[in-house]
Design a protein around this ligand. Structure first.
Ligand code: AMP
Ligand code: ZN
Length: 112
């Protein structure tokens, strides 16, 4: 996707602070962290939002959650954390490439 910010991060056009990468998934630090640990986990395949997930993507989406658990362990979030997906305009999604926020490192309130 030519004009997608996160596709540009995937292909290296825009720099990021990577914390995990494999052939299907990338995780990097959020540029505007809302908690001591704030990491974005994205599929390398461009899927614009959770609304666009297809049956074909089920194993990829499942894998994202095992990667999140692995990163959380590495980040020592043993006391818990929050996974957020903002979906679509009403959900507050700003970057239209599916991503999951991993937030932790402090006791989170409802509004983060
Ligand atoms: P959302 O509102 O769920 O679409 O979240 C988009 C997230 O992307 C926000 O938390 C931004 O801080 C983050 N973000 C935007 N640009 C970058 C960037 N270049 N590198 C890392 N994170 C970014
Ligand atoms: Zn994209």
């Amino acid at each position: 996707m030519r004009d997608c910010l996160f596709c540009k991060i995937i292909n290296g056009e825009i720099p990021s602070e990577k914390v995990y990468e494999d052939d299907e998934i990338l995780a990097f630090k959020d540029i505007n962290p809302k908690a001591p640990v704030h990491i974005l986990i994205i599929p390398k395949k461009h899927i614009s939002s959770a609304m666009e997930i297809k049956e074909n993507d089920e194993s990829l989406i499942g894998k994202i959650f095992t990667v999140i658990a692995k990163i959380a362990k590495e980040q020592k979030l043993d006391n818990g954390y929050r996974i957020i997906n903002n979906c679509g305009e009403d959900g507050g999604q700003e970057v239209m490439h599916l991503h999951f926020h991993l937030l932790g490192g402090k006791k989170l309130s409802i509004d983060i």
